[in-house]
Design a protein around this ligand. Structure first.
Ligand SMILES: [Zn+2]
Length: 323
């Protein structure tokens, strides 16, 4: 698609190529204009306030500064696994909403994490999800907002996990579309996706039981998805080696982000409460702005589409260097 045109700053005729891509499963539409990186940006004269109050998630403050589960819900006040500790969110968005501080170390640079830290965090979240399930709260979503540009209010690295009796709309839609794809083709969409993308410029690599690729129609900048190789729909079905494969993949992707200058990210792990071989556990990560300017504007918020500047075939190559 070519725009009707316009003139640049010096009234010179300008044009840009816009590619519109549609996700083959969800119909999600992404618009790619590679020239958008060159947009001039007016800096805001706002300084970021650093320091001040001590971090409540650092080990010396955590016990005192974070909430505990009410007696009778779980055996412990907080759930721990390795170096990770999970406790209720003070400002929940669901009946069961937890924060998982997955490393005792207060750090923000994406090249400083380890697979073990991410593994401990995911294992801790899985433990919480399993316990919520015994209470009849079966739906769940694990997420990571890293830095304020990604919606985090606390800098200390932490995952969030939401469990709910109601299903999450995105997972409900993915499960239904996967089920109907399976019903009409007798094959798993996720298996076909990985098989057909293997060898494509969007394929990034594998870590044990997870395949990492840039989606055809990304939902955000530098978006990468990691799809489980085996027919497991819920994260609670993953063995320890598969959780480590997931953690190693996430680590490689965020190291790739850091290498290309991205410091902020969102991640979600899509996991279905209802086991079905048509669905696969998968993670999606996207980079968020490094500056104050938002990447979520009217097209994303009201147009239900996203605009990005770097096509998946290009950034997949950059992130592949970390695999
Ligand atoms: Zn801290």
């Amino acid at each position: 698609m070519r725009p009707l045109g316009g003139s640049g700053g010096n009234h010179v005729e300008s044009s840009a190529e816009i590619e519109v891509r549609v996700d083959p499963l969800t119909g999600h539409r992404c618009r790619i204009n590679q020239s958008r990186d060159q947009r001039p940006k007016q800096p805001l004269a706002v300084g970021t306030v650093k320091g001040g109050a001590p971090c409540p998630f650092c080990p010396e403050n955590l016990e005192r500064s974070t909430p505990e589960f009410r007696p009778g819900i779980f055996a412990e006040k907080r759930i721990r696994y390795g170096g990770a500790v999970l406790f209720p969110n003070l400002f929940p968005l669901s009946e069961m909403h937890a924060v998982c501080v997955f490393t005792p170390v207060h750090k923000v640079n994406l090249d400083e994490f380890t697979a073990k830290e991410i593994y401990d965090g995911i294992k801790c979240c899985i433990e919480f999800i399993s316990r919520c399930r015994t209470l009849g709260v079966i739906n769940h979503l694990i997420g990571w907002n890293h830095l304020s540009q990604a919606g985090a209010s606390m800098l200390h690295p932490h995952f969030q996990v939401i469990a709910s009796r109601d299903s999450f709309s995105s997972i409900l839609k993915l499960v239904e579309l996967s089920r109907s794809y399976h019903a009409s083709t007798k094959s798993s969409y996720w298996e076909v996706l990985v098989r057909e993308e293997r060898g494509s410029p969007r394929m990034i690599g594998t870590t044990g039981g997870f395949n990492w690729l840039a989606p055809w129609s990304p939902m955000g900048s530098y978006e990468v998805m990691g799809v489980c190789s085996s027919p497991k729909s819920s994260i609670t079905e993953l063995g320890d080696a598969e959780v480590m494969a997931l953690a190693e993949g996430i680590l490689k992707v965020i190291n790739g982000y850091w290498a290309v200058g991205a410091s902020s990210l969102n991640m979600a792990i899509f996991s279905s409460a209802c086991e079905g071989e048509y669905f696969r556990v998968h993670a999606r990560l996207m980079a968020r702005p490094t500056e104050l300017i938002s990447d979520r504007a009217f097209l994303e918020l009201y147009g239900n589409e996203v605009g990005i500047s770097v096509p998946p075939e290009r950034y997949a190559g950059w992130i592949r260097e970390k695999f």
